[in-house]
Design a protein around this ligand. Structure first.
Ligand SMILES: [Cu+2]
Length: 273
């Protein structure tokens, strides 16, 4: 009886497929659009999770990356020290996690992670098949059973300064507008002394990482700093918001061995014609 039960559980493992949305740059005139995807190899993905998904319990997730003809992709580039970067956000963007699934071979990546509460989560996997320029982005929704906490409204920050883990982090833009390049700068100070931090550590092969997701979860940006020199206190990212609207931005830095996550909510205005 036990083995019958086990087989039925195995059969019950969900198998879902999604296609890779390819974003095409609206303008190819500007070669400075570092955050616009270029030469993206089309991919498909298959996500496997157990059938019952409960919060606060480690959930095994398997992600299979296939090519256009459904063959598992065998070789991936190592980008920022990893073959896959996986971002997990709750639907209201209040929860954020950045993980690195392990490559098992034959196109398959595995990870296990716990979700903080019931509700819907978007999982965003980034891979670069060998020979690709920019990474392919694969998105997948996962529903976690259990009571769903009231969603937190995304209200743009009045002041772009936040205190995180003993640091005071201020975000600024030279020109915040959709459909054009903008330099986004994180200024990092000690929260107590206000002294600029000059000894940030490289995190995953860069001085920092930034992720921006639009409130409807349709736009996703993963940006790396323009500066490769120095260790702070300023980290600048060239950013291109493809659409106007409210975005949540997470800056990630490493300081004294700790990963610092600084969240901000900004309202990106539309481009003046
Ligand atoms: Cu990563």
């Amino acid at each position: 009886m036990k083995s019958v039960k086990l087989i039925s559980i195995l059969l019950a493992i969900t198998l879902l497929t999604s296609c890779n949305p390819i974003r095409v740059p609206k303008s190819t005139m500007d070669h400075q659009m570092s955050s616009m995807p270029q030469n993206v190899i089309p991919t498909k993905s298959e996500w496997k999770t157990p059938e019952t998904l409960k919060p606060n319990k480690r959930i095994p997730i398997s992600i299979l990356i296939r090519d256009k003809s459904n063959k598992p992709i065998q070789a991936f580039e190592t980008v920022h020290t990893k073959k896959m970067h996986l971002i997990i956000v709750s639907k209201d963007l209040s929860y954020f996690s950045h993980l690195h699934p392990i490559y098992k071979g034959n196109g398959e990546f595995d990870i296990s992670t716990a979700f903080p509460a019931g509700g819907d989560y978007q999982l965003i996997a980034e891979v670069t098949p060998k020979g690709g320029g920019d990474n392919s982005v694969e998105k997948h929704w996962l529903h976690i059973d259990g009571p769903i906490p009231k969603s937190k409204p995304l209200i743009p920050d009045q002041k772009l300064t936040t205190m995180v883990d003993g640091l005071k982090i201020t975000l600024s833009f030279d020109h915040l507008m959709a459909e054009m390049n903008s330099n986004m700068t994180f200024m990092i100070r000690d929260a107590k002394t206000n002294k600029p931090i000059k000894n940030l550590q490289p995190y995953l092969g860069a001085l920092g990482h930034a992720v921006a997701i639009k409130d409807d979860l349709h736009e996703y940006l993963h940006i790396h700093p323009m500066t490769t020199k120095g260790n702070g206190p300023k980290v600048t990212f060239m950013t291109y918001f493809p659409q106007k609207g409210i975005y949540k931005i997470w800056g990630q830095f490493q300081y004294q061995g700790r990963i610092i996550v600084a969240p901000f909510i900004v309202d990106v205005p539309k481009m003046n014609m």
